[in-house]
Design a protein around this ligand. Sequence first.
Ligand SMILES: *Cc1c(COP(=O)(O)O)cnc(C)c1O
Length: 476
Amino acid sequence: MDRVGIPHMTPDEFRKRGRQVIDWIAAYMERVEDYPVLSQVEPGDVRAALAEHPPATGQDFDLVMADLDGVVMPGITHWQSPGFHAFFNANASGPAILGDLVSSGLGVQGMLWATSPACTELETHVMDWLAEMLDLPETFSSSGPGGGVIQDSASSATLTAVIAAREKATGGTTNHTGNLGNLIAYTSAEAHSSIEKAIRVAGIGADNLRSIEVDEAFAMRPAALEEAIRKDLAAGRRPFFVCATVGTTSSTAIDPVRDIGEICRRYGLWLHVDAALAGTAALLPGMRWIHDGLELSDSYVFNPHKWMLTNFDCSAFFVADRAALISALSVLPEYLRNKASASGTVIDYRDWQIPLGRRFRALKLWFVIRHYGVEGLQAFVEEHLRLTRLFASWVENADNFELAAPAPVNLVCFRHPGGDAVNRRILDNLNASGDVYLSHTRLDGKLTLRLAIGQTHTAERHVRRAWELIQAAATA
Ligand SMILES: *Cc1c(COP(=O)(O)O)cnc(C)c1O
């Protein structure tokens, strides 16, 4: 309790409790495999165990920690369990957690360069590092007209791209007039839901988003894209934006970015490339084919928080022309004016995103890259690719399962030939076992099981165990 009765935590108390919490997290890391991967609570269980009213006076920290174990933990689905194969992973790592902790400790709000020069400059620097690590086109490096920024999610990055594209297509008038005209956007039928959400939020309207058909590998058909663009032009509408996906969420299909990019150039459309999960694979020179044609794109996003050992949230967004982005998003009220910004020599990342405020996310990425080194990160990805090929080979050789799609990255889509009800039962049995967590999708109209291999500590034994459990569920 301080002099005026405010119960702040003193630095000494923080030191003691901080050690306790770090020990708690380290113990969690050691025993994460002991928990059922998918939380077993019923709706309302967690709230029913919480105090009905907030405490009037501060409580002992030990009570909080006790409820963390007793109330919160049963309601956790263990994303950091090596048996987590659902959706895509959101992997975490020691250095990322510590980097995030330092960010919390500094409590910086990095909206402007001046509000913490290191927050901005470290971010610019690690984004250039990422561009180098993935061998992204020169256009995305901060030394040219483009550059990178860290956003909270790929969804926000895509919305930002749509807004910049919208502004560019209307010659910078939409911001003022609110008059969108007949703008039309395109993405494949397999694109992530965040594309439609961005189109809705940006005021384009979901009816003006064309869903382009895909080929037998679930990748966008460029010829179908061009046909749709021509049709819209002929009807007097204004095509402005295409989103290609490198690694779709259902099946990691890779759209042909070069062909799509050439079409976008021909018709003057903004090309955004969503590589949220798969981008990380380009750490490996042998996987860089996934980005073939990326130099034709205007913006690109991938999530280090999915598969590059950086705790959620950390989404890396790059643009080839930062001027388009900044002119679309910059609003300068008097209270934000400052000498550094006026000099034009600094980056103010507030103009590269929707919110004003921003966390110091570059720290965790910097900690991760320095801790693992490029080679350490490459080894991590390489091992998951190997395990994916191994699992896919088991499916291919089994007489009771079949591959439902190619597996170019770290996801295997497969199904039992017995139909939807059989696959549903297998999935439910597996997830009730507590040992693994898988999710599903629908491909060619059929219920399909998905096994993603991207958790920090997933090793061959976990993937073998998953296959044993799948076989047991199929024959039960
Ligand atoms: C996961 C994913 C997203 C959404 O990512 P968030 O960062 O959660 O918004 C978008 N696109 C693809 C292809 C994804 O796999």
